[in-house]
Design a binder for this molecule. Structure first.
Ligand SMILES: NC(=O)c1ccc[n+]([C@@H]2O[C@H](COP(=O)([O-])OP(=O)(O)OC[C@H]3O[C@@H](n4cnc5c(N)ncnc54)[C@H](O)[C@@H]3O)[C@@H](O)[C@H]2O)c1
Length: 253
């Protein structure tokens, strides 16, 4: 196959941006999408300045018509990384329910929309790789994140179902499940958790975030990008419907 083109949602910040840079460095062409065009454009500009190949589009993952139109414009898409996400921290009794619904919409309905649009085209081209940015919170729970954890658990079910539906062709779908990665989403969460739990931000890092991880380290973009590159490789052609857990040993005990 010639150059593989990978569309990444939420590519204007954090993990999406980090994976975009990593995969561009490995020779993939990148379609950087984000609800904020300027941030997707900044990611694409940085990749192109470094000698890579990237284009940028505004794409709200909850908007099916806009998603269809981006796929129509971007050229053949070989890989999709469902990455866009947000967080909200509150105990269930105080959790604003419109906010709860918004998290599900962006992190569960959004990936279902993008995956549906992608599978239609991947079936026609006879090839596709779909990667969901799940979370360790797709496997286990922590307090005060009921919407996020429900969305990430749901993503595992979406992935397994689509793996069965696409097993008759060369399409795979898998979910990468990292523990904490230092991104703007997590920086904000450190402040929110300090408020909700009544502890300092340093205590949130050591006593909440890194405490359950035997390796006591944030997960890097390089580890996530390398896992995505593996899932895009021929070596992973029979891996589908799986969770790839990068959690520093969190779920061992
Ligand atoms: N940071 C972590 O520790 C961590 C751990 C596990 C999983 N994740 C997951 O990784 C993904 C990325 O998180 P991050 O930490 O890089 O966050 P981030 O806040 O740095 O980036 C999220 C991006 O998603 C975009 N976005 C938000 N709503 C959107 C929408 N409706 N349509 C399109 N784009 C939208 C934002 O504009 C932003 O650019 C999320 O799915 C998150 O759940 C993060």
């Amino acid at each position: 196959m010639s150059t593989q083109r990978v569309l990444i949602t939420g590519a204007g910040s954090g993990i999406g941006q980090g994976i975009a840079h990593y995969l561009a460095g490995q020779g993939f062409a990148i379609v950087a999408t984000d609800i904020q065009l300027e941030s997707a454009q900044a990611t694409a500009d940085a990749i192109n300045s470094a000698g890579g190949d990237a284009t940028a589009y505004a794409m709200d993952v909850t908007d099916e018509a806009q998603t269809e139109s981006v796929f129509d414009s971007a050229g053949p898409i070989h890989g999709v990384i469902n990455n866009a996400g947000i967080q909200h921290i509150d105990p269930i009794e105080d959790f604003p329910k419109d906010r709860w619904a918004q998290l599900i919409q962006i992190m569960l309905v959004g990936p279902a929309i993008t995956t549906g649009v992608a599978v239609k085209r991947m079936r026609a081209q006879g090839y596709g790789r779909i990667i969901n940015l799940g979370s360790i919170h797709g496997l286990i729970a922590s307090p005060y994140k009921s919407a996020y954890i429900s969305a990430k658990h749901g993503l595992m079910g979406l992935s397994k179902t689509v793996a069965l539906e696409t097993a008759d062709t060369d399409i795979t779908i898998n979910t990468v499940c990292p523990a904490y990665v230092k991104t703007p989403l997590v920086e904000k969460q450190i402040a929110d958790q300090a408020r909700t739990r009544g502890i300092t931000e340093d205590e949130v890092i050591t006593q909440v975030m890194l405490k359950p991880m035997p390796k006591k380290a944030f997960i890097s973009f390089e580890e996530l990008g390398g896992t995505c590159a593996y899932l895009m490789s021929p070596a992973a052609r029979n891996m589908t419907g799986q969770a790839l857990v990068i959690d520093g040993g969190w779920t061992c005990s």
